[in-house]
Design a protein around this ligand. Structure first.
Ligand SMILES: Nc1ncnc2c1ncn2[C@@H]1O[C@H](COP(=O)(O)OP(=O)(O)OP(=O)(O)O)[C@@H](O)[C@H]1O
Ligand SMILES: [Mg+2]
Length: 498
């Protein structure tokens, strides 16, 4: 028997939302399988059912040939299924060795922890994937990538035969992604199966041997990745053909920049940053993790005010010392880390959309104008194809990509004069990404607004920004025009030393 996992006819509804309809998934032993699909297509839900976190409404789960009508998290672990969630669930204040090995000591119901054992187990597990992290280091001092490796080692200690990763590369640098992929291949050699979810098509093609596509909770296809190209793959995911062409601005109003910064500096962040943006433009700022791009974004929004330099809006000097200053001056910011910075997760979707624009959402008598909020919500749901249950549902019930769209809607609702988007499509599926880009293009064409996209997604920046600034080591080192450069050249500028 070559199948480690076979799930068939899975149904799962949340209230009125049918998240999975008769969904199937089969994973072979030792294969790398990609689970793909648009935002809200049911990928995370399926993973949570396999790991015993949710109970399916109906369907069969077979692991190693054993059938389960209802699988518990303990069953899943006992059968060798380990999920590495995006928060990684490591214990920050425990050491590397403890994080890797403590669980297994607990499962073995030991009363007294054998510390030598713990270190030995942790070391052995790291050896399996060829890494060597300091055993006694507190995990909170490690990078996200290392935390992820620790989660993988912990899975191995628990005899993982199938490791499931939900969007594992989101917070990793290019180098770290390379390393993760090497390790995934090593695990495959050792007979471990990998199921992973990714919205980055190049990754899907590089690493996975087979794939399964879900759309609206239903199976569309399972096939070998050799049998498809990205065009076909996108069609399976979205049901439409998507070809992104270059953004070439119509008329750029060059008389006066809508926004301009001069010699901005922030210690340990960036130095001497100057640029301007004209109406009708989409300006791109790119660079590696650590190049200063995120610090700059946060600073422009007043979270880390720059110590030196000036900012001008329509030729008038403004002071941005806090996000409140930024909002007052019509500067909108879509943050990178939407879970921590972008949404009130326990609040309703409706309230989340209204919150940054609440002043305009009240009636003359001072009460909240719910009709106005609802019509704006309806508009954004249509405009950005937001998939959701009901408007009163908590924002936490939205799928990852749809949360991102709500953050965007929340800021668009304020009618900003300058909109800064930091990693706007991280976790957003190809179809929605395309829609979002088109939306931004229409926005700059029809309105008096300057848009800045800060991103390390090279195709995104290259296709959608007419001018691109490249940051290295806290400085803007190059400026290019999108149609005059290639993705490859842009990548070499980004990674250039010195
Ligand atoms: N706890 C929940 N309560 C209510 N609805 C939910 C819950 N979890 C998921 N859903 C809904 O089920 C559907 C599938 O969501 P799921 O998170 O599985 O999507 P996904 O494929 O992982 O998407 P993404 O790529 O955006 O992460 C969505 O419509 C989502 O809003
Ligand atoms: Mg998901």
């Amino acid at each position: 028997m070559s199948e480690i996992l076979k799930v068939t006819g899975i149904n799962k509804a949340f209230g009125g939302v049918q998240a999975l309809k008769n969904a199937n998934l089969t994973i072979h032993k030792g294969e790398i399988h990609c689970l793909a699909g648009g935002n809200g297509s049911g990928k995370s839900t399926l993973i949570k059912i396999i790991s015993g976190f949710y109970k399916a409404d109906s369907g069969r789960i077979e692991i190693n040939g054993n059938e389960f009508s209802r699988i518990t998290p303990i069953d899943a672990i006992m059968e060798g299924i380990q999920v590495i969630y995006q928060d990684l669930s490591v214990f920050p204040n425990l050491s590397v060795a403890e994080n890797i090995a403590l669980n297994s000591e607990l499962y073995n119901r030991r009363k007294i922890v054998n510390w030598r054992n713990i270190r030995g187990i942790a070391k052995e597990s790291m050896d399996k994937i060829g890494i060597n992290l300091p055993l006694d280091e507190n995990v909170e001092n490690l990078s996200i990538a290392d935390k992820q490796l620790i989660a993988i080692c912990r899975a191995l200690v628990n005899n993982a035969r199938l490791i499931i990763m939900d969007e594992p590369t989101t917070a990793l640098t290019r180098k770290e992604i390379r390393k993760l992929f090497e390790i995934i291949k090593m695990l495959k050699q050792q007979g471990v199966s990998i199921l992973f979810v990714s919205h980055k098509l190049n990754e899907v093609f590089e690493i996975s041997e087979r794939f399964t596509v879900l759309r609206n909770g239903e199976n569309i296809i399972t096939d070998s990745t050799d049998n498809v190209d990205s065009e076909k793959f996108i069609f399976y995911m979205t049901g439409r053909k998507i070809e992104e062409d270059f953004f070439i601005p119509g008329t750029i109003e060059t008389r006066q920049p809508v926004y301009k910064v001069e010699n901005l500096s922030l210690t340990n962040g960036f130095k001497d940053i100057s640029f301007e943006i004209y109406r009708g433009e989409i300006l791109g700022i790119t660079g590696l993790l650590g190049s200063g791009r995120t610090e700059l974004a946060l600073s422009l929004f007043g979270l880390f005010p720059a110590q030196h330099g000036d900012i001008y809006l329509d030729g008038k000097k403004i002071k941005i010392n806090s996000p409140i200053d930024a909002v007052k001056n019509g500067i909108g910011y879509v943050p990178e880390d939407r879970l921590a910075q972008g949404l009130f997760l326990v609040q309703s979707i409706r309230k989340n959309i209204a919150i940054s624009n609440i002043d305009n959402m009240v009636k003359r008598n001072g009460t909240v104008d719910y009709d106005r909020i609802d019509s704006s919500l309806e508009n954004w749901v249509k405009e950005l194809s937001i998939v959701m249950g009901g408007k009163e549902d908590a924002a936490s019930t939205l799928s990852g990509g749809n949360q991102q769209k709500v953050v965007l809607a929340k800021w668009l609702e304020t009618n900003p004069r300058v909109l800064i988007l930091n990693g706007p499509t991280v976790g957003v599926d190809v179809g929605a990404k395309f829609d979002l880009h088109n939306y931004l293009r229409r926005l700059v064409e029809n309105h008096n607004i300057g848009v800045i996209i800060i991103s390390d997604d090279i195709p995104e920046i290259h296709k959608n920004c007419n001018r691109i600034l490249v940051m290295r080591k806290g400085k803007i080192c190059d400026e290019v025009v999108n149609v005059e450069t290639t993705e490859k050249d842009l990548l070499s500028l980004i990674t250039k030393e010195g």
